[in-house]
Design a binder for this molecule. Structure first.
Ligand code: UDP
Length: 480
């Protein structure tokens, strides 16, 4: 029967908003290629309102995608009622790993309950689910939600660390080299890698497991990251073992939607001239201190340019992952009279904007970004030059790739100081919006946008990579 021949894959995106969003886009690619797909979701409970909101948006905008919410893990696994156990490890990354490991049991039950499943596709944080795949004899793949250059660095990390986690911290500001990427300062590696080292063994373990998967799908495209893609394919990143096949199938960028289409900021943009507005947005978790918000406001005002700025409430130092943030009190956070003085050319949006729609709006002219990979791809595919202001996770290395390798952005120099000064905000915003250098950058991004469209169309590199992946999956399934 034809129906029975159809393949089914299960996608397992873990817990990050920036990991869920592109995984849902991947689900739609599978559907387009005639493969049935289920997105298995973890219920974050009431803890993470950001993630719950992202799940709700994904469901409304993608009625064709089948979502399945896994039940919470059984006691005494460390979630919900066992929050004491979770609290025993304080590092936010370690906590997430513990929760994900505990989810193996409900994931296994769910996979067993399906009439047939042909592959499990994991987010990087879900590496422990490789045990489930092994037990059920399923091919296991990753969907890497960041770029190929990041992957080149992180697949190399286990051999670089070689069991000595303390040495990463000692690197300080020294220049470090990895196959496939330009040399960069060790201090641009994620805090979790160069910081206190508490989460480093788990991170190293995760990438070590990833290097043993059947293959890695990457949300990027060959022409964007030529050098890193070659290094990965030539096996330079994982020494002493064959690198799994790497399939660049992106850019998978959300088409927006989810009830955001009528957001007030889009109507505001409708009234602005073409390419006249600089958009500032810092991912699903980015926040600034009150002091930094004031510097940004002063810089924007002095620049004289039009702006659309997403502002969040500053976090208290002891926040933990998923803690809900109250709506910002703009009157208290902005300089005296700022909103009134700039009301003809600026709009401050509280907490969240429909970013993809904003970036694609004809009135938007540049993007001040925290360099999260989804934001990076969304900016590039909208043809916007990037002002790079990395904040957390792997964003500082993304900044290196964007500025030095892709040459699609410039950095906010103060990103690694206590604050980026108003003067720099003013200078960079003016530069990108109204200088020859800014115009040249815009042309480069326009070319990259073309490259993205080429990659995705029938016969393009990303399309062909996905077809190749499906063929390889066939072989993997037959062997089982
Ligand atoms: N996003 C949005 N509105 C906001 C902030 C973020 O729609 O105000 C979306 C953004 O378009 C992207 C995702 O949230 O798809 C953030 O992912 P990214 O990888 O850029 O950053 P992360 O949140 O993982 O740091």
């Amino acid at each position: 029967e034809v129906q029975a021949m159809k393949k089914t894959v299960v996608l397992y995106p873990g817990l990050g908003v920036g990991h869920l969003v592109p995984m849902v886009e991947l689900a739609k690619v599978f559907l387009k290629h005639g493969v049935a797909v289920i997105v298995a979701l973890i219920d974050p409970g009431s803890k993470s309102t950001d993630f719950s909101a992202a799940v709700a948006r994904a469901k409304t905008s993608n009625p064709s995608v089948d979502f399945h919410v896994l039940p919470p893990p059984p006691p005494p696994a460390p979630v919900d009622s066992n929050s004491q156990q979770v609290a025993a490890s304080t590092h936010h990354v370690t906590k997430i790993f513990k929760l994900l490991t505990a989810m193996n049991a409900p994931l296994r039950d769910f996979l067993r309950s399906l009439p047939s499943v042909d592959a499990l596709i994991l987010d990087m944080f879900c590496a422990d689910a490789q045990d489930v795949a092994a037990e059920l004899e399923l091919p296991v793949y990753y969907f890497y939600a960041s770029g190929a250059a990041d992957l080149a660095i992180f697949l190399n990390l286990p051999s670089r660390v070689a069991g000595n986690t303390a040495k990463m911290k000692e690197l300080g500001d020294s220049v470090i080299t990895f196959p496939g990427v330009p040399p960069f300062k060790a201090s641009d590696l994620p805090n979790e890698v160069i910081g206190d080292g508490e989460a480093l063994p788990a991170i190293v373990g995760m990438f070590d497991r990833m290097s043993r998967a059947d293959g890695i799908l990457v949300n990027s495209f060959d022409s964007l990251e030529t050098r890193a893609v070659s290094a990965l394919r030539d096996g330079l990143c994982v020494p002493n073992r064959a690198t799994p096949p790497v399939y660049c199938v992106g850019p998978l960028v959300s088409g927006g939607g989810g009830g955001d289409k009528e957001h007030e900021c889009l109507r505001w943009l409708d009234a602005q001239p073409d390419k006249s507005v600089v958009f500032l947005s810092f991912g699903s978790m980015g926040t600034f201190s009150g002091k930094q918000l004031l510097e940004i406001a002063v810089g924007l005002e002095k620049s004289g340019e039009r702006f659309l700025w997403v502002v969040r409430t500053p976090r208290s130092p002891d926040f933990s992952y998923g803690d809900p943030l109250p709506e910002p009190d703009l009157d208290a956070l902005m300089p005296e009279g700022f909103l009134e003085r700039t009301k003809d050319r600026g709009l401050v949006v509280k907490s969240w904007a429909p970013q993809v729609e904003v970036l694609r709006h004809r009135a938007t002219g540049a993007f001040v970004t925290h360099c999260g990979w989804n934001s990076t791809l969304e900016g590039i595919t909208a043809g916007l030059p990037l002002l790079c202001w990395p904040l957390y996770a792997e964003q500082r290395v993304n900044k290196v790739h964007i500025v030095e390798e892709m040459k699609l952005g410039v950095e906010m120099r103060g990103y690694n100081q206590e604050v980026v000064k108003a003067e720099e905000v003013e200078e960079k915003v003016r530069w990108v919006m109204a200088s020859e250098g800014g115009e040249a950058l815009r042309e480069r991004v326009a070319a990259a946008k073309e490259g993205a469209a080429e990659a995705l169309k029938e016969g393009g590199s990303s399309h062909l990579a996905f077809v190749q992946f499906l063929e390889d999956l066939d072989t993997a399934t037959v062997q089982d």
